[in-house]
Design a protein around this ligand. Structure first.
Ligand SMILES: [Cu+2]
Length: 447
């Protein structure tokens, strides 16, 4: 069986694994793996099905086979996973996971699919269990259903994990990319057409994923939460999280945000006259957004995004916006709104101009030909995820996205690669999901 070492829980898990191991010595020894590795560092799943496999690990009779069931263990309010046997990766139309599946295991690997059903609470709180026909547990593998959540509904523990990972990234000067490189990249990209163009959404999707993977490298339990800025919030603008703004007074973030500063920009600035915790009136329902990308993108950018940057003010009102970590919570929500719109209109096909209006590669085809700079068209590589020298329009790129512990990296990083973010329509699963949008497009109860 596979015993997993996790940074904090390592000792406890090792004990659990050892205990289970002893109890099954009399019967079969069974191994479970997620993503074809014995390494627990990639045992994180979202709603999208992820490949897992099981086999008899004991040497001995090579012809042995055992009838087992694969099921989930955990707690009633923690994470939950479900299973499916299928040759090919199930897509939205074929996804049909069950609480348990019957499998005949041998000394060769047998594959199955595991997908999240309910979000974990900041730890590997769900187990993949293999039981024999008497119900005895033959093997157990802890996993985490790691989803992006509403920042206002995070537990104090989840907030502390996120803030600790952020602080660690901020303190690290050496490993690349550092926190400050994110606002520098955004500032440079702002001159290349990432705003006021179709590129706005896919570029920021990749950018968010880039930071999220960097944070997960520090703590794999962390995701970037989203700020529902259209609603009042009680938890986000506190000294434990994104800081407090006193109306008519100073911006006095307290806690960790109180000492947040940048070598070049100085101390964190926000507009002291605003109370973001009250919510920001965007004056438009998300349901009213146009179903054509050409019109949807500027609506989302101008009505649901620009006023938020302006209202919070300070760093967030300029091209160095990502220097304020609140940037990533804002863009988490922008990306979530895009994801909801994609589901509502089934807009995942990058070859359909209703899903993404700038078709082809630069200078493009159709009515938009020649209109946008390089990088905007659906099959263009987006800077800075671009391996190569500068060429007059693009600077030389010294930045590459981390492959992540469980996220697949798509090369080259094009707008096309970002559209079908869970791979539910045949694209590549980027390894993230939202707590209110399931794999098959069914709205989910937020946890
Ligand atoms: Cu923005």
């Amino acid at each position: 069986m596979t015993c997993v070492k996790e940074s904090v829980l390592g000792r406890a898990l090792l004990l659990v694994c050892t205990a289970v191991f002893h109890s099954v010595q009399s019967s079969a020894q069974v191994s479970i793996e997620v993503r074809r590795t014995a390494d627990g560092a990639d045992d994180y799943v979202c709603w999208a099905p992820v490949e897992a496999r099981v086999r008899l690990a004991s040497a001995g009779n090579a012809n042995a086979s055992v009838q087992v069931s694969v099921e989930a263990g955990g707690t009633p309010d923690g994470g939950l996973v479900a299973f499916q046997t299928a040759q090919d990766r199930p897509l939205a139309a074929t996804h049909n996971p069950a609480a348990s599946i019957a499998v005949t295991i041998t000394s060769a690997w047998t594959n199955f699919w595991v997908s999240g059903q309910r979000a974990s609470k900041g730890a590997k709180d769900v187990q993949i269990l293999v039981r024999d026909q008497s119900g005895a547990t033959l093997a157990t593998l802890p996993v985490m259903v790691r989803v992006r959540k509403n920042a206002d509904r995070l537990t104090d523990f989840e907030i502390s994990l996120f803030m600790a990972a952020l602080a660690k990234l901020k303190d690290q000067d050496g490993p690349s990319p550092s926190y400050s490189s994110y606002w520098r990249l955004h500032g440079a990209a702002a001159r290349l057409g990432i705003h006021k163009s179709p590129l706005f959404l896919p570029w920021h999707r990749a950018f968010l994923l880039d930071l999220e993977r960097r944070l997960q490298e520090i703590d794999p339990r962390v995701t970037v939460p989203y700020w529902r800025y259209d609603l009042p919030s009680s938890k986000i603008f506190t000294s434990e999280f994104m800081g407090v703004t006193e109306v008519g007074g100073e911006f006095s973030p307290g806690g960790q945000m109180g000492s947040w500063a940048d070598d070049e920009l100085g101390r964190l600035l926000r507009d002291p006259g605003e109370r973001p915790a009250d919510g920001i009136n965007v004056g438009l329902s998300a349901d009213a957004l146009d179903e054509r990308y050409l019109f949807f993108q500027p609506q989302l950018e101008n009505r649901f995004h620009n006023p938020v940057h302006r209202s919070v003010g300070g760093w967030l009102a300029g091209p160095s916006a990502p220097a304020d970590p609140l940037f990533f919570l804002i863009h988490g929500n922008v990306d979530r709104l895009w994801a909801h719109w994609q589901w509502k209109h089934a807009h995942f096909d990058p070859q359909n101009e209703l899903s993404y209006s700038a078709q082809g590669t630069h200078p493009g085809s159709g009515p938009d030909a020649g209109y946008y700079p390089r990088g905007v068209y659906v099959r263009d590589t987006m800077w800075p995820w671009y391996a190569g020298p500068g060429d007059g329009h693009w600077p030389a790129a010294g930045h590459s996205m981390k492959s992540g512990l469980s996220g697949t990296i798509v090369q080259p990083t094009t707008p096309e690669s970002q559209l079908d973010y869970m791979g539910s329509h045949g694209g590549t699963d980027l390894g993230y999901c939202y707590d209110d949008m399931g794999y098959t497009g069914l709205p989910l109860a937020r946890s």
